[in-house]
Design a protein around this ligand. Structure first.
Ligand code: AR6
Length: 177
């Protein structure tokens, strides 16, 4: 029940690759083979071990790629974390409501984190960069999803890259409190 939920949620501005947590969530793409934005930063800082495990996943469970809204973990390589949880946000569409898929990125990542035994997880603002989801709406979906998640972890952080994203998340979490 949300009322018994001991989770502490922290919103901060920063670079997620510097966050000392058990699990860092990556806003990946279905290929799992890297890209720009936060995905590029995680692979650069984390080193080749992450890509190696991603390639193994593509050779086994996810031969067709990781579908949007799902999540899977690998090593965090050289990052100050134990795992990277890769999730694929939906590309924003004004014509189609894909918010269920974005919500699923948060709840599925938390489910994977809990299964791993992670006590702390850092999320970026999934889908708000290359995938162009309006940040206020993405923040609302993130806040609602983590506040109502059935499977959670004690320490959840949102690491926002700029002031606009930080303000959007602060406002959304106040509204959903
Ligand atoms: N730490 C925290 N947040 C960051 C960092 C960082 N180091 N770098 C960027 N952001 P994006 P998406 C913010 O584009 O929209 C990739 O090419 C950024 O300012 O990384 O889900 C993937 O491979 C923005 O607010 O992810 C996919 O192809 C947020 O992270 C595609 O982009 C998300 O922006 C995924 O697009």
């Amino acid at each position: 029940m949300a009322t018994d939920n001991p989770t502490q949620i922290t919103l901060l501005r920063g670079d997620i690759t510097e966050e000392h947590v058990d699990a860092v969530v990556n806003a990946a793409n279905s290929s799992l083979l890297g890209g720009g934005g936060v995905d590029g930063a995680i692979h650069r800082r984390g080193g080749p071990a992450i890509l190696e495990e991603c390639r193994e996943l593509r050779g086994s469970h996810y031969a067709n790629g990781l579908p949007a809204g799902q999540a899977v973990a690998t090593t965090a390589g050289d990052l100050p974390a134990r795992w990277v949880i890769h999730t694929v946000g939906p590309v924003y569409s004004a014509a189609q409501d894909r918010s269920g898929l974005l919500a699923s990125c948060f709840t599925e990542s938390l489910r994977v984190a809990q299964e791993l035994g992670a006590d702390s997880v850092a999320f970026p603002a999934i889908s708000t960069g290359v995938y162009s989801w309006p940040v206020d709406d993405a923040a609302r979906i993130a806040a609602r999803s983590v506040r109502t998640a059935q499977r959670t972890v004690p320490d959840i952080r949102f690491v926002l890259f700029d002031d606009q994203a930080l303000s959007a998340f602060e406002a959304a979490f106040e509204r959903e409190a």
